[in-house]
Ligand binder design. Structure first.
Ligand SMILES: *Cc1c(COP(=O)(O)O)cnc(C)c1O
Length: 389
């Protein structure tokens, strides 16, 4: 794959070699079951599990007892939404969210509707933002939970999490945030923002795939969940199944690195994204940025170039650039982004959107080269022209 510049860090990030080195002994030498604490193998695994809990807790400023390890953010989202719906059904069945959420959240909320719950969808503006007054007015007696992501995986837009949290707190409803894109990149501290449940995933911040977690507030409020995976009673009956120790060790190691390095990594990403943005602005008008330039994640840039189609662009650059037009989940069967649709962008912007997402291993040279390839490719496609939509 050498020679192909990777600009798809919102889909997944490469594993940090230091994370891999910490995981490695737990595949073969320290293979014990963390529940078998009557012997040394189990104890070794359990100690590693507890260290990982501590490291993630330190990154998020929460208590280790408030964390549940899962197979990734998708499972965490399922546990948060379905677990709360089932546990709180007697109190109410009304949820509030927005159509810019990740597919996992949208699908779980559709499940809520099928189970007799009700979901109110907040209007989304052209930058992907919501209106706090509308949120306030939409909360009613039966409202159980507000579900709004921390940072958007397609545009990088960041909701005003603290203000949303305050509104939810005042009204006595739960606040769940899918923080998969912000965790390990920017300060993502659920407690100080009044977030009661928060999902995250290791492979979005240089950890391994197939492991993530859910933060569940332990007090003020003490959130209760109906477990979605039942069995051996692991993790205090909140998520059964033998713990994935190598993965959990990797998640802990990634959290620990993020804690000490994310500020400088993000500063670098922000600068590189800005230089790419400025270069393309200068070379490729007419174009636009989707999701605004303020209140956004440092590693994502979503742009639309008039008179091209993202589909054609991605075909053209297949041998040189790895990026996407939206979320990874929608690229196999090419569909335009539901996020940009929800933002009610006009057709050419939706049809020509490209998401550049970089990471801590992306260097200036990659970005310069990617910028040049983008300029050449967009110019070439514009010259060819295409039947206008
Ligand atoms: C990647 C992503 C997910 C899904 O995470 P997995 O760990 O791959 O299941 C959910 N939400 C957002 C915002 C994401 O970026």
């Amino acid at each position: 794959m050498s020679g192909i510049i990777y600009l798809d860090c919102s889909a997944t990030t490469p594993l940090d070699p230091r994370v891999f080195r910490e995981m490695e002994p737990f595949f073969i030498n320290h293979f014990g079951n963390a529940s078998s604490t009557n012997h040394a193998y189990g104890k070794k695994a359990n100690t590693a599990f507890e260290l990982a809990l501590d490291r993630v807790a330190e990154l998020l400023f929460v208590n280790p007892g408030e964390l549940i390890f899962t197979s990734g953010a998708t499972e965490s989202v399922n546990l948060a939404i379905k677990g709360v719906f089932e546990r709180y059904a007697a109190r109410g069945k009304h949820f509030i969210s927005a159509k810019t959420e990740h597919r996992a959240v949208l699908d779980c909320l559709e499940w809520v509707e099928k189970k007799g719950g009700q979901v109110s969808w907040l209007a989304v503006d052209k930058k992907g933002g919501i209106d706090l007054d509308e949120l306030q007015a939409t909360i009613k007696k039966e409202t159980v939970m507000v579900c709004l992501m921390w940072g958007n995986n397609e545009t990088g837009h960041i909701h005003p999490i603290e203000k949303i949290g305050e509104i939810c707190r005042e009204k006595g409803v739960l606040f769940f945030s899918d923080a998969t894109q912000s965790t390990g990149k920017i300060e993502t501290h659920p407690k100080s923002s009044h977030v009661d449940l928060m999902a995250f995933s290791a492979h979005k911040f240089y950890g391994p795939k197939g492991v993530g977690g859910l933060y569940v507030s332990g007090k003020n409020p003490r959130v209760k969940l109906r477990p979605q995976i039942q069995g051996g009673g692991q993790q205090d009956n909140r998520r059964a199944g033998t713990l994935n120790i190598p993965g959990i060790v990797g998640l802990g190691a990634a959290a620990s690195l993020a804690k000490s390095e994310m500020v400088s990594d993000s500063r670098k990403s922000r600068e590189l994204i800005l230089s790419l943005h400025n270069y393309l602005l200068q070379e490729l008008q007419p174009m636009c940025v989707n999701g605004g330039t303020e209140h956004k994640l440092p590693h994502i840039l979503n742009l639309s170039f008039k008179n091209i189609r993202s589909k054609d662009f991605l075909n053209e650059v297949e041998g040189s650039l790895a990026l996407s037009s939206g979320s990874a989940c929608s690229t196999r069967n090419y569909r335009v982004s539901h996020v940009l649709r929800a933002m009610q962008l006009i057709d050419w912007k939706v049809q020509s959107a490209l998401r550049f997402s970089i990471g801590k291993f992306t260097d200036r040279e990659d970005v310069l080269k990617a910028g040049e390839i983008t300029v050449d490719t967009v110019n070439q496609l514009r010259k060819l022209g295409f039947p206008h939509v």
